[in-house]
Design a protein around this ligand. Structure first.
Ligand SMILES: NC(=O)c1ccc[n+]([C@@H]2O[C@H](COP(=O)([O-])OP(=O)(O)OC[C@H]3O[C@@H](n4cnc5c(N)ncnc54)[C@H](O)[C@@H]3O)[C@@H](O)[C@H]2O)c1
Length: 268
């Protein structure tokens, strides 16, 4: 009998972008809820910092260094994650499979429409859309093959609601993630698989703080004035939204976009 709706004991979760920010927070929360967490990222150092953190807390985590825009790497890692424990040694008695996919890895890119180059669009689309598409496809195939009524959570962005200068490449890819989420939800719903997106507002992570102190200060003051909650968000606040959608607490929720954004946008 689960202690809370967020009890993921016995579940296997795969998290992309787990080396930093929202992905790291999500991986840690999944582990605290009892899941075995497979962490994927191209930042090997950050990835091991996340798995070390989970293990120090007594959780179970595995690291998969990979580039999410490479379908073959992602497919191989998901297959490894879904393998029954001990399968390699021929001693496996566990059930294996994959219960949760959180496709979170992404990059920021800003350039005005009139200065955007084909290579910018291709690079951002390859990571922010195709990287999520590949993860969703492999997760859904694995869940269907195993008869798992799993949960897939994708990472969109408040950029799809608000727009903004420079956001063409990033916003196009995130809008495509929203469409993927809704389309896949309709297609795999009959298998009992749920697919939802999280569309965060401005969150304090390396993505938003590493580049430009002035831009960060500007955003902080903008959020203070514009957001009903009067501040930027923290990675854990988004990870809790991811955890909710991944868990049985959201058992009747699919094809939805959850918007932890401090109230900046309130679409119907
Ligand atoms: N921070 C925000 O304000 C915000 C707002 C809305 C949406 N998001 C989305 O949340 C997600 C996480 O962003 P974050 O803010 O935690 O940023 P972050 O930079 O802290 O984390 C992103 C992670 O993705 C990894 N990554 C990037 N490209 C990769 C690739 N090709 N293969 C494997 N890993 C790759 C990075 O190494 C990094 O660990 C992204 O999809 C981002 O677009 C962030």
């Amino acid at each position: 009998m689960p202690v809370t709706a967020y009890d993921l004991t016995g579940r296997t979760a795969f998290v992309t972008g787990a080396a930093s920010g929202i992905g790291r927070s999500s991986a840690v929360l999944f582990a605290r809820a009892g899941a075995t967490v497979h962490c994927a990222d191209r930042d090997e150092q950050g990835l091991h910092a996340t798995t070390d953190l989970i293990k120090q807390e007594g959780g179970t985590a595995h690291a998969h260094p990979l580039d999410v825009s490479d379908r073959a790497q992602l497919t191989a890692a998901i297959a490894t994650a879904a393998r029954p424990p001990g399968a390699d040694a021929g001693t496996g008695t566990g059930v294996g499979g994959l219960d949760i996919m959180a496709a979170i890895a992404g990059v920021m890119h800003s350039s005005p429409v009139l200065e955007t180059r084909d290579e910018d669009l291709d690079r951002v689309f390859a990571i922010n859309f195709k990287g999520i598409l590949y993860a969703c496809q492999e997760a859904a195939r694995t869940m269907i093959a195993n008869g798992t009524r799993g949960s897939i959570v994708t990472m969109a962005s408040g950029a799809v609601d608000t727009g903004g200068p420079g956001l063409l490449c990033y916003g196009v890819a995130k809008a495509a993630v929203v469409q993927l989420t809704k389309t896949l939800a309709t297609e795999v719903g009959p298998h009992g698989i749920r697919v939802n997106a999280v569309a965060p507002g401005w969150i304090r992570t390396p993505m938003t703080t590493r580049h430009d102190d002035r831009a960060q200060a500007h955003t902080e003051s903008l959020m203070t004035r514009m957001a009903p909650l009067g501040r930027v968000g923290e990675p854990d606040e988004i990870a809790h939204a991811v955890l909710h959608l991944a868990s049985d607490a959201a058992s009747f929720t699919t094809g939805q976009i959850l918007r932890p954004n401090g109230g900046v946008a309130m679409p119907w």
